[in-house]
Design a binder for this molecule. Structure first.
Ligand code: ADP
Ligand code: MG
Length: 706
């Protein structure tokens, strides 16, 4: 039924075709959609702080008039600053925008502004206060009737502040939402089951929306800004509830879908697995294999995430699972994010599967055309049984005869859709995705809502934790000495740089440093260079020579970040360590400490760094535990960044925040699964899921792939 709320956003004043497109790109099509865009903070504009009462070191909101405004150019560094003076009845305040040249002509004398920002002492003239890089809002400076209509939304109340979308500023969003609520609040339907709403005493959707957008003047600002008002709780719960409901419904569907049930309890398989194992598996590896086997013999396809810290031994478990599939006449594909890792898998698969004689194949984009065609043919005919590769595996030309098991290594390095495409190369194949990024349970529930999770929580025996030291540039010669000592004892070393070539950033680069190190610092040692821009063959041959111990030192960039396994390497030097992310440092460090020898990681960074960079290095020195490191990382970067490689849109809840709101997430999940799993509530489930729009559908599909 067409209602006012279902009409297009373009019918609103101020929304032309360009802005409508911009909104549509973010999933906002109708008036109702826009109501879901909630403020990210609230400002008390009932009583502004008089300028005279402002003190440095805190955030303030003032209402003031611009008295002067100008761009200042500093000849020395060509940075342009925008400086203003503003005044209210109590005094005058300077306002400074760094890189503010774009404000020229936009903020002009005579305008009435609301400014929100931190106040500092003016560094050039002490005893003068200034507001730095504030958020600003231009209050209506005309007397048009239309402006007057909205005036009450901008001052004299607790004002919602929205994150700007492209050119659509908070003020316009506020006006639009205000208008929609004014004209159509009564149309807003309830979406949550009445019974759940009663049980948790949640306000109706209509009440909640009116409240979160335009809270009453007597509400606590703190409660609002912490998203803990009853209205916020309702919106957060709702968002999680429908997300989990979608996941639960999909899971139900999938359980009903036919997979490829494999024979698991079979002597031939048992003996094949025994023959390939180069060592005794740990208890954790055994447990995880049993969990996987349980899925493989079941009627529906496996969809499992295998989590295990760097070096915990995930590969061999994947190979064991492959044995089960191959003994059942299926093909197995394993996809890795880098060519180096794909080649490594290829080499170890050939070695490990030699006793059972499987045909191992490789597919990477750097292959010669004839070679590639031949490989494609063997994959298509079914002759190739175990296929390793990179993204090349998901190209259109690749066809399998009977793909039964898909393994995605280092899955966090892939986009969701890439994983999905590999799955689609088979008819409901079993899927195992592996990651070294340990994920706290609450996040796993949202990110991997539809996957079963296995964890290897034990390292292979005989490992000594890597010891990590933080040195500065001046201490480099000492580190080089340690490298020489390790090499004299028969070990190998990595030396890492953040960039391949020198650039304006004044960072040491792998290529130049490789020259210098091999010529001046280690003239008697064999040094190799590895980075992403080398031709495939060269990458392979360098890696191969390092593996064979023909090279003592490998100078490299982050191409070796994931998966590379050379247990004889025991020392790693990372230059400009402050330039790397925490997860990245942990992964890099995971390249050493893979054997029983004691390993050392040297992080080179200035001793006077501050902020996040310092915290990252200190965390690395303090612990080798991947879980602890992931938690720090998550705190430093937030979930969006943390899962940086994931496609746009999937983790983006409107209000909900999986970490902050984990209790609500668990509640919502329990309620959603209770409905989805109860056959007697099938009709209720159908009605509830019918409310979900296309945007939601897309989110579950992504959640299903992991
Ligand atoms: P990751 O989990 O990081 O992928 P790998 O699978 O590459 O780790 O294993 C790391 C190293 O540990 C490899 O050299 C592997 O051969 C070895 N390894 C794995 N499991 C065991 C085990 N049970 N006993 C001894 N060594 C093992
Ligand atoms: Mg690995």
């Amino acid at each position: 039924m067409p209602t006012f709320l279902n009409s297009e956003l373009s019918r609103l004043k101020g929304i032309g075709p360009q802005r409508a497109t911009l909104l549509a790109e973010r999933g906002f099509h109708t008036l109702a959609d826009l109501l879901d865009y909630l403020p990210f903070r609230y400002e008390d504009r009932i009583r502004f702080t008089p300028i005279a009462e402002i003190v440095p070191g805190q955030f303030f909101t003032v209402q003031a008039e611009v008295t002067s405004a100008a761009t200042i150019k500093f000849a020395r560094d060509r940075k342009r600053m925008f400086l203003m003076k503003v005044r209210d009845s109590s005094g005058i305040l300077s306002v400074r925008f760094f890189f503010g040249a774009y404000l020229e002509g936009r903020l002009k004398p005579g305008m009435r502004l609301v400014l929100h920002g931190e106040v500092r002492m003016d560094p050039f003239r002490t005893a003068r206060r200034e507001m730095v890089n504030p958020e600003y809002e231009i209050l209506s400076n005309s007397t048009e009737a239309e402006d007057a209509d909205f005036d009450s939304t901008e001052v004299g109340r607790i004002v919602p502040v929205y994150e700007a979308m492209g050119g659509i500023k908070s003020r316009l969003l506020r006006r639009m939402i205000y208008g929609i609520l004014r004209d159509a609040a009564n149309e807003i339907p309830e979406t949550l089951p009445e019974e759940i709403r009663k049980r948790y005493a949640l306000p109706s959707r209509r009440e909640a929306l009116m409240y979160v957008h335009f809270p009453p003047a007597n509400e606590s600002l703190e409660l609002l800004n912490s998203f803990r008002s009853p209205a916020h709780v309702r919106m957060i719960f709702e968002e999680f509830f429908f997300f989990q409901l979608g996941i639960a419904a999909r899971r139900k569907e999938e359980r009903a879908q036919a997979g490829i049930p494999l024979q698991v309890r079979d002597d031939k398989i048992r003996s094949a697995i025994k023959r390939i194992l180069p060592f005794k598996p740990t208890a954790a590896q055994k447990r995880v294999l049993a969990e996987i086997a349980g899925n493989l013999e079941g009627p529906s396809p496996m969809n499992r995430l295998l989590e295990g810290d760097v070096g915990s031994g995930k590969t061999i478990v994947a190979f064991e699972a492959a044995v089960i599939a191959i003994e059942n006449g299926c093909q197995v594909a394993i996809m890795a994010p880098t060519e180096i890792l794909a080649v490594q898998h290829f080499l170890s698969a050939r070695r490990i599967f030699a006793p059972v004689g499987y045909r191992v194949e490789m597919l990477v984009s750097g292959m010669k055309r004839a070679e590639k065609l031949a490989a494609l043919e063997r994959i298509h005919s079914g002759e190739a049984q175990f296929i390793t590769g990179t993204h090349a595996l998901i190209e259109e030309a690749v066809e399998f005869k009977r793909l039964g098991l898909v393994i995605v290594d280092e899955q966090h390095r892939f986009g969701v859709l890439q994983r999905k495409r590999l799955m689609e190369k088979g008819a409901s194949p079993h899927v195992l995705v592996m990651t070294a990024t340990p994920i706290p349970r609450t996040l796993a529930l949202t990110v991997y809502g539809d996957l079963d999770i296995s964890v290897i929580d034990e390292m292979p025996p005989g490992r000594t934790p890597v010891s990590t030291r933080w040195l500065d540039e001046a201490q480099l010669p000492g580190a080089w000495e340690s490298i020489r000592r390790e090499i004299a004892a028969g070990r190998q070393a990595y030396i890492l740089y953040p960039v391949i070539e020198e650039s304006k950033q004044e960072l040491k680069a792998a290529t130049a440093e490789f020259e210098r190190l091999s010529r001046d610092v280690f003239p008697k040692l064999k040094v190799g260079l590895l980075h992403g821009r080398l031709p495939s063959e060269e990458k392979e041959s360098v890696m191969e020579r390092f593996r064979r111990r023909e090279l003592h030192i490998l100078v490299a960039t982050t191409v070796i970040e994931v998966g590379v396994d050379v247990p004889n390497a025991t020392i790693m030097l990372i230059e400009h360590a402050d330039r790397f992310g925490l997860a990245q440092l942990h992964q890099l460090r995971g390249r050493i400490g893979r054997g029983s020898e004691k390993s050392v990681c040297v992080l080179v960074a200035p001793k006077n760094i501050t902020g996040d960079a310092r915290e990252r290095i200190e965390t690395m020195v303090a612990t080798t535990n991947g879980f602890e490191i992931a938690e720090h990382d998550l705190k430093l970067r937030g979930p969006g960044e943390f899962f940086g490689t994931r496609q746009h849109g999937d983790l983006s809840f409107h209000v909900a925040h999986p970490l902050r709101d984990h209790k609500l997430l668990e509640l919502a999940r329990t309620e959603a699964f209770a409905i989805a799993q109860n056959p007697e509530r099938a009709e209720e489930l159908r009605k509830l899921t019918a409310q979900l729009g296309a945007a939601w559908q897309k989110r579950y599909q992504l959640a299903a792939v992991g």
